[in-house]
Design a protein around this ligand. Sequence first.
Ligand SMILES: C[S@@+](CC[C@H](N)C(=O)[O-])C[C@H]1O[C@@H](n2cnc3c(N)ncnc32)[C@H](O)[C@@H]1O
Ligand code: SF4
Ligand code: SF4
Length: 352
Amino acid sequence: MQPYSLRKSFKVVRILARAYVRHTRKGTPLWGHLYVTRKCNLDCDYCFFKDSAKKDLGLTDLCAVLDKMRSMGVGFLAFHGGEPTLRKDFPEIVRHAHKLGFFTYLNTNGTLLDAAYIDRIGAAGIDVVNLSVDSMDVFAPSCKDIAHTHAAVEQLIEARGRYKFEITANFVLNNQNTELLEATLTYLDSLSIPLSIGFIVRHPTCTTQPPNMFFDQPADKAKLFAMLDRIVQWRKEGRNIIEPISYFEAIKQFVDGKLDWQCLAGRDSIGVDTLGELKFCGTLASEKISIHDLTEASMRDLYGMRKAKYGECEKTCLTNCRFVTQYYYKHPLRFIREVASVRRRLFGRPAR
Ligand SMILES: C[S@@+](CC[C@H](N)C(=O)[O-])C[C@H]1O[C@@H](n2cnc3c(N)ncnc32)[C@H](O)[C@@H]1O
Ligand code: SF4
Ligand code: SF4
């Protein structure tokens, strides 16, 4: 992938290295996911995260959750929703996280970002803005496309140098947008925006996800596999794709029901839902356990608790974010090589 700036590469490696040392000694999590709101201004067909009825913690209580997560050893903090930028006080949340020493990462649909808001999160110290982009042109199933966020992309690029944050993008690969990937990748490449390509997750109980977004028919599967081959080829050629090649190979095995992978949610990472309750991941419901009640001893059991309660949920889920974190957890040196893009900086060649 296109490297982060040297300064940002050092920062993420330094913060995660410290968290990793503590993790090996005490079993504390490296990555944290904080759901700052479940409300959203969009209604993407495939989404099972939005929930306008869910209550959100206020700023003071959220800052206390951040204090707790940092004291637990979390180094990398991803903000999730719903749509985080719906919160007027979100820049204050970022500021507090930055002050605590987190590496901060925002997932956003980008539709509410204007120059003033970008200035506020930039000045607050956001490290990465990860913009959801499912297509270049209008993409009705999600409306997360460059047609809707063109102005925001321009403003982000304008502010990127000033505030030294990175911009990345996330594409949810589904049965309606495989043909739209290449143009999206080419456009983002031209702006030095690395692209994450995540395989659509089918939620076990959500009834609103339309069947036509999944690759259920033999012809759909053939189309998917051909696209995965192209993605692997692009990755080898050094296009700006974030996931390692093994993720795209894993998708094929997953679709064929042959994948055996181990998600480490609960061990490498911890999530906190909008009321300050433990949440293993976006797919599983939140637990009725306040983050403030977790002790170092109970944290060691979280992975076991998840397994006991949810069993082999890996059989029905292959999120890019979880796959990537367990992959780099198992291969930390590859993470350093990838983030720092040593091969690219020294030899002009992509990491594998
Ligand atoms: C839940 S959203 C929250 C942040 C923000 N609202 C957004 O859409 O970027 C986080 C990421 O999950 C992705 N996502 C939502 N539903 C998904 C699904 N069923 N499968 C895979 N990714 C999904 C979104 O596209 C987005 O990139
Ligand atoms: S994917 Fe993001 S933008 Fe779309 S409905 Fe869900 S939370 Fe909102
Ligand atoms: S495999 Fe999927 S559902 Fe299970 S914990 Fe990991 S991310 Fe959640």
